[in-house]
Design a protein around this ligand. Structure first.
Ligand code: HEM
Length: 424
């Protein structure tokens, strides 16, 4: 049951809230910031019980890692902190029937993970992304043309932030424009958390809606793949279903779950980074002015700072494969750890004045794209490029664009903005 803001207990100490409580994630941002500051001040990570649910047996519970050093160290030790065995993208173990659609490499360990990553990573090298640069540039120009034609007062999320990543992923895979909307709606459901607008709180309904969305996306890409097997083009689907020079290719099931991973990982994250970016420039006009003085020179730093503060992926989790001591704390076999990137990206021991938006911050060792290790974000180059191009185009043509109050997604996993009116 959700509680009203007036019924919420004020947060004074780390014992006043529970990260497994659905309602915690509806608290205003300053309260969330305060709560995670309290957790970072503690000597040890807090251990939480998992949420009761009708789908899978409740696990042993999880250690909430909120310090930069802990997440770095655990990310570098995948043999102890594994991504398989229930999955990395959710705290509860993934029910077996979900694996067909959501069991892609992000939820696997080596050697299976390494094989898939090797096959798909050829499409994501900086060299390959370079080939896409012209497409990203052209798409951003068109999006801003359409925004200007529509005029102020429209929703920045659907009219700008969501359009670029959606188009780029669909183009890469060869998905035709008529199917963009279907992809957009399904990815909203998959990453909608418990937001009542997308999925709601009833776990059985959530499971049913997630499975339907997964099945529909898989069907879409498998139909395309069947065609590309006979009639290959230069798109990614063709190169994934037809053997490469080493004789490697994806099976139809692997292709389906990889596509689902790509659309959710590549769309929602970049979309939210762009929306948070506009919100940050609206709240910090001095940083906008600084950027406008040297757009090309300062954009790379601004993009890193946006990803740090936005941390669109709030967490990933791991399961402990054997008893292990790390940074003076014992982790027992079968327990889970959750990497709260959003919190670590505000770690006072690493970032001076961490809540300040500073586009000149250097160094900026944020872990918004994950920690060092086998699962570091495959799309980081592409995401950086998309965010850079989008802001370059916006700030050149509508330099005073501002966002209204963001309507936030109710989710513990994605730091999302659902809607935000814009003015220019
Ligand atoms: C601002 C945008 C983005 C953010 C914040 C982000 C964040 C992340 C994070 C935190 C991980 C680590 C997962 C882990 O360690 O368990 C990850 C992995 C991944 N990301 Fe991204 N991502 C972004 C954009 C993209 C894009 C554009 C794509 C693809 C087009 C993408 C595809 C992936 C894939 C496939 C993985 C799994 C890699 C593996 O398991 O080996 N991401 N991302």
């Amino acid at each position: 049951m959700s509680v009203t803001p007036a019924e919420r207990k004020p947060i004074v100490s780390a014992g006043d809230f529970d990260l497994s409580d659905y309602d915690f994630w509806a608290r205003p941002m300053p309260e969330r910031e305060h709560a995670f500051r309290l957790l970072r001040e503690l000597e040890r990570p807090v251990f939480y019980q998992e949420m009761e649910n009708p789908l899978v047996p409740r696990g042993l519970g999880y250690h909430a890692l909120v310090k930069h050093a802990d997440i770095l160290e655990a990310s570098r030790t995948p043999e102890v902190f594994c991504s398989g065995d229930g999955g990395a993208t959710n705290i509860l173990d993934m029910p077996a029937e979900f694996a067909e659609y959501f069991g892609s490499m992000i939820n696997m360990d080596d050697p299976r993970h390494a094989r898939l990553r090797r096959i798909v990573s050829r499409a994501f090298t900086p060299k390959m992304i370079k080939q896409f640069e012209a497409d990203v540039d052209a798409a951003a120009v068109r999006i801003v043309d359409d925004l200007i034609a529509k005029g102020p007062g429209c929703d920045f999320v659907t009219e700008v932030a969501a359009k670029l990543p959606l188009k780029i992923i669909c183009d890469m895979m060869g998905i035709p424009e008529k199917d963009y909307r279907a992809v957009f709606d399904r990815s909203n459901i998959i990453l909608g958390g418990f937001d009542p607008e997308y999925v709601g709180l009833d776990m059985n309904t959530v499971a049913e809606r997630l499975l339907t969305a997964g099945m529909e996306l898989q069907q879409l890409v498998q139909d395309l793949a069947a065609h590309r097997t006979e009639h290959p083009t230069t798109d990614l689907t063709s190169s994934l279903v037809n053997a490469n020079i080493d004789g490697e290719k994806l099976t139809m099931q692997e292709l389906g779950s990889f596509f689902i991973l790509l659309v959710v990982a590549g769309n929602e994250t970049t979309r939210n980074a762009i929306s948070h970016g506009l919100h940050l420039f609206t709240e910090h006009p001095d940083q906008r002015e600084l950027l406008l003085q040297d757009l090309d020179g300062r954009l790379p730093g601004a993009v890193e700072e946006i990803v740090r503060l936005a941390s669109p992926v709030n967490y990933m989790r791991r399961k402990v494969t054997r008893d292990h001591e790390m940074n003076g704390h014992l982790y027992r076999e079968g327990e889970k750890v959750v990497f709260y990137y959003w919190a670590a990206n505000r770690d006072e021991s690493v970032f001076t004045d961490p809540h300040r938006f500073d586009i000149t911050r250097s160094p900026n060792p944020h872990i918004g794209f994950g920690g060092p290790g086998p699962h570091f974000c495959l799309g980081a180059h592409l995401a950086r490029r998309e965010i850079t191009v989008m802001f370059r185009e916006l700030l050149r043509r509508v330099p005073r664009i501002e966002g209204g109050a963001p309507e936030r997604l109710h989710s513990s996993f994605i730091n999302g903005i659902k809607r935000m009116e814009c003015a220019f």
